[in-house]
Write a protein that binds this ligand. Structure first.
Ligand SMILES: Nc1ncnc2c1ncn2[C@@H]1O[C@H](COP(=O)(O)OP(=O)(O)O)[C@@H](O)[C@H]1O
Ligand SMILES: [Mg+2]
Length: 377
């Protein structure tokens, strides 16, 4: 029997837990032609969520393109990635791809080849030296053009959108700003996994995309939703787990989708068929996982300055919402002053070691959090 818990890749319908409200909200935004920034820390389920929402759009009424910006690093690669995603969403045979490529992105010299498994691949190339990309505007105008010509609504998704902050100029942001303002039949969904960067992008008055859309922070999944999800997966594979144990497990991961699935996966592995998962089983699984990460976590720990270690050690011992700039926390953890805590926090936020939600701070990697707790406890 194979392990029913999936972690790492995108999860689809069969492995997808709840998010009913988020799915409804996202579908509505797509259907209304909204602009929306959906953001969270890494591995909270943005890509899975948006792909599920896309797959549920009424066929025949919508066209959509999903653009992963992770591999891009400048305007040129951005333009090519968008053109490629649009073409592939409209056509799947070589001839049709070429026709679509030529009709919407003729300036990018489309060619079609087949890859080793026989699938057609469209490629584009840019004129010029890559520094100025006159094609960018044409590429970004294509969605509206497609909506008109095909009489459909179009949804454009840009995943890992924070990448565009590393392009070296804000030309892509500016161009986007100008085109998304008047594309009536197109919805733009921007996904970002570096929360503070995405927030900065649309809350900073000096940035081109300032208030260019709604914002939608994605949170963890509630224990209430995990309970039936986790229990049924154990039951179906002839293992048992009590609700109280699931609750304990979710407390350890904070309901974070990736860490919860990861921990369940490990717990499932060490529980024999026909047996019951106990509190100790969960502890054992955690120790196993932390042992596997021990080398990486030790290296990470050693990369911190003394103040940062003190701060983190202090943080994991307090309940969430602790006043980290307060005199008590500072004194307890030997942290000289509030301004020095400020510097520590800024640096750790910047490196995505910690994160902030509703004014309280926590370590982003829930397993690292448990590792640090193990060190000080
Ligand atoms: N709704 C969900 N139900 C169950 N597990 C989920 C869900 N969303 C995400 N996950 C878990 O989190 C992992 C990362 O999801 P992903 O969509 O890639 O997140 P992100 O795009 O935010 O980095 C998945 O491999 C899966 O283990
Ligand atoms: Mg993702």
């Amino acid at each position: 029997m194979s392990n029913p818990f999936k972690y790492g890749g995108i999860v689809t319908k069969g492995s997808f837990c709840n998010r009913k409200k988020e799915l409804t909200d996202l579908s509505r935004a797509m259907q209304n032609g909204d602009r929306l920034f959906l953001y969270s820390e890494r591995r909270l389920g943005k890509t899975s969520l948006v792909k599920l929402a896309l797959s549920r759009l009424p066929k025949g009424e919508y066209l959509w393109a999903y653009v992963d910006l992770w591999p891009t690093d400048d305007e040129a690669s951005f333009a090519v990635a968008v053109a490629k995603a649009i073409t592939e969403s409209l056509a799947s045979t070589p001839n049709k791809m070429l026709a679509v490529g030529k009709s919407f992105f003729g300036g990018l010299a489309p060619t079609v080849t087949t890859d080793s498994s026989g699938n057609p691949q469209i490629s584009f190339s840019l004129r010029g030296d890559g520094r100025s990309v006159p094609e960018l505007l044409d590429v970004l105008k294509a969605p509206e053009e497609i909506a008109k010509r095909r009489n459909r609504k179009v949804v454009m998704v840009f995943d890992e959108f924070q990448r565009i902050l590393e392009y070296g100029s804000d030309k892509t942001e500016r161009t986007l700003r100008s085109v998304i303002q008047d594309q009536e039949n197109v919805s733009f969904i921007f996904l970002g996994s570096r929360k503070h960067l995405i927030q900065k992008m649309f809350l900073d008055q000096n940035r081109p995309l300032y208030r260019a859309g709604g914002h939608y922070p994605l949170g963890s999944i509630e224990t209430r939703a995990w309970l039936p999800f986790i229990q049924s997966r154990f039951t179906k594979t002839e293992k048992r787990i009590a609700p109280s144990v699931i609750k304990e497990l979710c407390k350890k991961t904070g309901g974070h989708p990736f860490y919860t699935q990861h921990l369940c996966h490990a717990v499932w592995e060490i529980c024999d068929r026909g047996a019951e998962v106990l509190g100790e089983t969960v502890e054992m699984a955690i120790n196993l996982l932390l042992e596997r990460e021990s080398y990486a976590y030790t290296a990470l720990w050693e990369s911190f300055a003394v103040n940062q270690r003190r701060f983190l050690s202090g943080l994991v011992q307090e309940p969430s919402g602790v006043e980290i700039f307060g005199a008590l926390f500072i004194r307890k953890n030997n942290l000289s002053s509030a301004s020095s805590v400020q510097r520590v926090v800024e640096n750790l936020l910047d490196r995505d070691v910690i994160d902030r939600e509703d004014g309280s701070y926590f370590i982003a990697d829930r397993f690292f959090q448990l590792w640090v707790q193990g060190r000080v406890g």
